[in-house]
Design a binder for this molecule. Structure first.
Ligand code: MN
Length: 242
């Protein structure tokens, strides 16, 4: 039995193969026999509200609910693309919502779970926007718009994000080590799992004299990526269509 983590799937109708891979993985023996399954944000390219009547949310809900019904707890933490996902969809999908920065006991180790964007403190412009859009007032205003208007808004936000990602320095898109250490210190942990940066790796370092570890999940643009923790064994690997 292992604990499984995925993030940054960016599921989108434009890349149907990845949605199929997601469904296959959640239906696999590996997933069905997991002790818990964590989705750490950016499951979809854009989430416009739990009332979205498109086909993709249905497919996601069917996949996660079936996994939960097989006896595997499914946890969801929002990323910067899907922070409008709320309790209504979570209930339909059989998922338990987690706050960014939750600490869970994972296979006997207290582990800090984050999407990862709040750790990218060198990107001041992004953090300013993030603070604005995460307010209840902003979310309520967006969710009060008609679905068609929200779809157009999401498309615009994606194209803005793409052009911005192209012009800013790559290093400020990565986490800041001081932010990592202070988050781990505040949480009282020596292990952190996050996504967002699309730089899958296991980073070992020393925190206040103790061995510490930051595990970064990979994205699902070209293929899948999964982290499996089984006792002391940590496996971060790619996934291909089977
Ligand atoms: Mn992200």
């Amino acid at each position: 039995m292992s604990t499984l983590f995925i993030a940054d799937l960016h599921l989108d109708d434009a890349r149907p193969g990845i949605t199929t891979l997601f469904e296959q993985f959640l239906a696999s023996d590996e997933a069905r026999s997991a002790s818990a399954f964590y989705i750490l944000g950016d499951l979809v390219e854009a989430w416009i509200g739990d009332d979205d009547d498109a086909g993709l949310p249905d497919r996601i809900a069917n996949a996660t609910r079936a996994l939960r019904d097989a006896g595997v707890p499914v946890y969801f933490m929002a990323g910067n693309r899907d922070f409008l996902l709320g309790e209504t969809f979570a209930a339909r999908a059989g998922m338990t919502l987690l706050e960014d920065g939750t600490v869970h006991d994972i296979e006997g180790t207290r582990t800090l779970l984050m999407h990862g964007d709040v750790l990218c403190t060198d990107d001041v412009e992004y953090q300013t926007v993030r603070a604005q859009v995460r307010t209840e007032a902003w979310k309520a205003q967006v969710l009060s718009m008609p679905l068609a208007a929200r779809r157009a808004f999401a498309a615009q936000a994606r194209s803005d994000s793409k052009s911005r990602t192209g012009r800013i320095d790559e290093t400020i898109m990565d986490v800041n080590q001081n932010a990592v250490e202070s988050a781990m210190r505040d949480a009282g942990v020596r292990r952190l799992v996050h996504g967002h940066t699309h730089r899958p790796a296991v980073h070992d370092f020393t925190l206040d004299g103790d061995a510490a570890q930051r595990i970064v999940l990979g994205d699902w643009y070209d293929h899948g990526s999964v982290l499996a923790i089984d006792g002391d064994r940590i496996e971060l690997r790619g996934l291909s269509a089977g």
